[in-house]
Design a binder for this molecule. Structure first.
Ligand SMILES: NC(=O)c1ccc[n+]([C@@H]2O[C@H](COP(=O)([O-])OP(=O)(O)OC[C@H]3O[C@@H](n4cnc5c(N)ncnc54)[C@H](O)[C@@H]3O)[C@@H](O)[C@H]2O)c1
Length: 353
């Protein structure tokens, strides 16, 4: 088992990463919670594959278990589903001394975490991420949210779990498209912070090879994020570096109404796009964009998009919530593994995109 201790003001907790740990989850919960009642939030795919195992394990450890199952996918990260979760929590008489478990990908983690942060002004919760994206990124850092019709993640809070339990073996049942989608965020960690990680990912020969080494990869990504979140929990400075590839990526997702490109695909294109530009400007070491393109191709991720101009993207970014006054923070690479935040006047954005 690999452990990462997260220390942020007023809260310390552990991220535990171990192959097969779902089989002893009841025992592990005993170390962080002394109550009897648990409430699981999950989605229908995960309930079908792991629901019975999870329920049996928790019940045989002596817990009383309630469950709320959502439909898989981003459309469930809504006010409507949130309201249904509140009703289930009321139905099961969940109090602030009980424990909520979010068992799923980033959708379940964000939605369930937001429900936990607001129900009764905050019920403790445990994150059990099951997708690669959630295991390397969204379960760490305490950002929880739901979407509004007018935009993604517009309502949310910073609410850290009591612990994060990661079982990398669960990725064996994750459909390949979602595995590759999560690889975009994984590659991002290598690109902005850790050249060794980038090269390691580059050198795997197959998904099988990747999955055989995934425990270590997840540990590396979570530890990079932990380090950044500890120094800038509320995303006011350094944490923005985690958005490498995201400004353009979000623009692409939004331009196609979230139907053509997934989050990971948007980030993949965004990383290549911005690095090609910064390379042309002489900011980034030559050859970096090409390395990004090659690794994206390797994991069957897109690196460019037809029929979309810089102006289309700039138009969308001008409405982005990350734009403060007339400035915008861009994350650029000096070289692979070495990123920095560049604050620019929005009027000059065309140079960079
Ligand atoms: N809070 C944060 O810091 C943060 C960071 C990045 C992304 N996010 C959010 O994460 C969400 C995307 O997360 P996601 O990509 O995990 O999507 P998701 O939760 O929709 O999961 C993707 C699909 O994989 C299935 N799945 C998950 N784990 C599985 C497993 N082990 N076996 C079989 N099927 C499995 C799910 O049922 C779903 O169909 C977005 O809403 C995004 O905004 C949040």
């Amino acid at each position: 088992m690999k452990n990462i201790k997260v220390n942020i003001p007023d809260k310390n907790y552990e991220i535990k990463i171990e192959n097969g740990c779902l089989n002893k989850i009841g025992e592990m919960i005993k170390n962080i919670y002394d109550g009897k009642k648990l409430f699981i939030i999950t989605d229908r795919n995960l309930q079908r594959i792991y629901g019975e195992l999870l329920n049996n394990n928790l019940k045989s450890s002596g817990y009383e278990v309630g469950m709320h199952v959502i439909e898989p996918g981003e459309t469930s990260k809504s006010l409507k589903e949130l309201e249904k979760i509140y009703s289930s929590l009321v139905h099961y008489n969940i109090t602030r001394s009980d424990l909520i478990i979010t068992f799923g990908g980033g959708v379940v983690g964000d939605l369930g975490g937001f429900a936990a942060s607001t129900f009764l002004r905050g019920v403790p919760y445990l994150q059990c991420p099951t997708s690669l994206l959630a295991q390397v990124d969204s379960s760490v850092g305490g950002k929880v949210a739901i979407d509004l019709e007018s935009g993604k993640n517009l309502v949310g809070s910073f609410y850290h779990p009591v612990a994060v339990f990661i079982d990398p073996e669960l990725l064996k049942t994750l459909p390949k498209t979602f595995l590759h989608d999560g690889m975009a965020e994984t590659i991002k960690y290598g690109a902005f912070k850790d050249e060794e990680l980038f090269n390691k990912l580059f050198n795997f020969n197959s998904d099988e090879d990747l999955l055989n080494n995934i425990e270590e990869i997840i540990y590396t990504c979570c530890d990079i994020k932990r380090n950044i979140v500890e120094r800038d929990e509320k995303d006011l400075g350094e944490r923005m570096i985690l958005n490498f590839g995201h400004t353009i990526g979000h623009g692409i997702e939004q331009y196609f109404n979230y139907t053509k490109y997934t989050h990971g695909e948007g980030v993949a294109i965004g990383m290549y796009w911005i690095t090609s530009k910064s390379e042309q400007l002489g900011i980034t070491e030559k050859g970096s964009a090409n390395k990004i393109k090659e690794i994206l191709i390797k994991y069957e991720l897109p690196w460019s998009v037809d029929n979309l101009t810089s102006n289309d993207i700039i138009d969308i970014i001008s409405r982005d919530k990350k734009k403060s006054r007339n400035n915008i923070s861009l994350i650029l690479l000096k070289s692979i593994g070495n990123a920095f935040i560049k604050e620019i006047d929005f009027n000059n954005i065309k140079e960079y995109i």
